[in-house]
Design a protein. Structure first.
Length: 235
């Protein structure tokens, strides 16, 4: 807005209106939709979770979901900062700059839960799995792959309502294999990232170097490798 300088210097006689900042709405699916989703997930044996930027603020709920379903968590690049840290169920990123372990976990699951993600590369999705997608944007549902169930809702609020409806999965085999694959892939990348002899100062090109070099909150623009978020780093 542009106004003349002399007008900007005039004293305002009118009362300034108060500003109202509304509380954000709570958006979650109906009880019927949640019951149907729980029945589907309770009948699965190899569930994987794919997380995107819509998981912001829902870290604890995502971890609780993985614990309940014994499901490995794969993340898209924009989900990295929200779910990777403090996460024993994480098995890496998928996509063109992702991990082999993340790719394998998605391809071998029988049920996929998509949380707040518009991950675009269809060739990385499982071919025969049942797919549940939760997103606050209705237009995102089924936009990347065919769905068995699509739910409109905030990830955090939807998971809070869904978790009590889920039975505890006791079979850990699928999760154990996925986590072992991740650790093997991680070890190979860490080996490639090591410097011999150690340098006193360098610009790291991998997540290992970034983690060791930077401790304060920062904003990164990643190319081939992004630093492991700690809950304080943004990508």
């Amino acid at each position: 807005m542009i106004i003349p300088g002399d007008v900007a210097l005039e004293e305002l006689k009118a009362q300034v209106p108060s500003f109202l900042l509304p509380e954000p709405p709570v958006v979650r699916p109906s009880d019927t939709a949640l019951d149907e989703t729980a029945a589907l997930l309770n009948g699965a044996s190899r569930t994987a979770i794919l997380c995107g930027a819509g998981c912001e603020g829902a870290h604890d709920e995502v971890i609780a979901l993985a614990a309940k379903l014994q499901a490995p968590i794969v993340h898209a690049l924009r989900g990295k900062e929200h779910v990777e840290y403090d996460n024993p169920y994480d098995v890496g990123m998928t996509g063109f700059i992702g991990f082999a372990s993340g790719y394998k976990a998605l391809k071998s699951c029988d049920t996929l839960v998509m949380l707040g993600t518009g991950f675009p590369y269809r060739q990385f999705y499982p071919e025969a799995a049942k797919v549940v997608q939760i997103d606050i944007r209705p237009e995102a549902l089924g936009n990347r792959c065919s769905l068995t169930k699509g739910l409109v809702g905030d990830v955090k609020e939807t998971l809070k309502a869904l978790l009590p409806r889920l039975a505890q999965q006791k079979d850990e085999r699928f999760l154990r294999v996925a986590v072992a694959d991740y650790h093997a892939a991680r070890a190979e990348l860490d080996e490639l990232a090591s410097i011999t002899p150690p340098a006193s100062m360098y610009i790291p090109s991998s997540s290992t170097g970034w983690s060791a070099s930077w401790r304060r909150p920062m904003l990164f623009s990643p190319a081939m490798s992004a630093p492991p978020p700690s809950g304080r780093r943004a990508i």
